[in-house]
Write a protein of this length. Structure first.
Length: 254
């Protein structure tokens, strides 16, 4: 039976992140899930895999169960399948940030305007649009949207230096995208704080776009790197096994 893989995140106040770690790990272990989950005072981020029934139970527990007390009702989650276990073990960790950027200085709740996948293609046709791929260079190498700028970074925290070199007055509209959406919320908030007036991001990231937009209308070129044993996904989130194993990574985006 294929396994269900859930890529999930939410920015929400979790001042009790440290206390949540052990019961969250116990819940995952009880359901037989593997993967990585990061907890921080700013929210939850991670990718986990398990049987379809286990994943249904896990997501229900996160969204409506007593552990988080309804705080994860707005959890963003993309589901896909894996024929083989994509993770070797389970890791549940507490960090300063759920995606490493600037040690928590940027408030992701001040991110730019989310653009649903159905409206993304129209945004791409905006004259003078600065389209930025906020992912690491090795991810961009597997695929991207045509015309997108590759900042050439090796760690997400390096995006700040790239953004600092841009002139807000020179770019009326900025659009950005990443794998699942989380990095764009941090990057978008940072750019808005630097004076960029119109900042937008692909809601749900590349994964939601590939899941939602029909292949005939899909403007994505190449494959989308994912941080698990499948390496990359294509349209409809179908696994693309034609990439070398040296591309394999198992950690949450850095």
């Amino acid at each position: 039976m294929p396994l269900t893989v859930a890529a999930l995140y939410t920015f929400v106040a979790l001042p009790d992140a440290e206390a949540l770690r052990a019961p969250l790990e116990a819940l995952c272990a009880e359901l037989g899930l593997t993967g990585t989950l990061l907890l921080a005072r700013e929210g939850l981020n991670g990718t986990v895999a398990g049987t379809p029934a286990a994943m249904d139970a896990f997501l229900a527990a996160l969204r409506t169960g007593p552990l988080f007390g309804g705080r994860l009702a707005g959890l963003d989650c993309k589901l896909s399948q894996a024929e083989a276990p994509p993770f070797r073990q389970l890791k549940v960790r507490v960090k300063r940030e759920i995606v490493t950027f600037d040690d928590g200085a940027t408030d992701a709740t001040a991110a730019g305007i989310p653009v649903p996948p159905e409206a993304w293609n129209a945004l791409l046709d905006t004259p003078g649009l600065l389209l930025i791929d906020t992912r690491n260079a090795f991810e961009v190498a597997l695929g991207s949207f045509p015309g997108a700028v590759d900042p050439g970074i090796t760690r997400f925290s390096a995006f700040r230096a790239y953004a600092d070199g841009l002139d807000p007055a020179a770019h009326a509209t900025v659009a950005m995208f990443c794998t699942g959406g989380i990095r764009c919320e941090k990057a978008g908030a940072y750019m808005r704080a630097r004076g960029f007036a119109d900042v937008r991001h692909l809601a749900g990231g590349i994964l939601r776009y590939l899941e939602t937009v029909p292949e005939a209308e899909n403007r994505w070129a190449g494959d989308c790197f994912v941080f698990d044993g499948r390496i990359a996904l294509g349209p409809a989130l179908v696994e693309r096994p034609d990439h070398p194993p040296e591309a394999l990574m198992s950690e949450i985006p850095r």
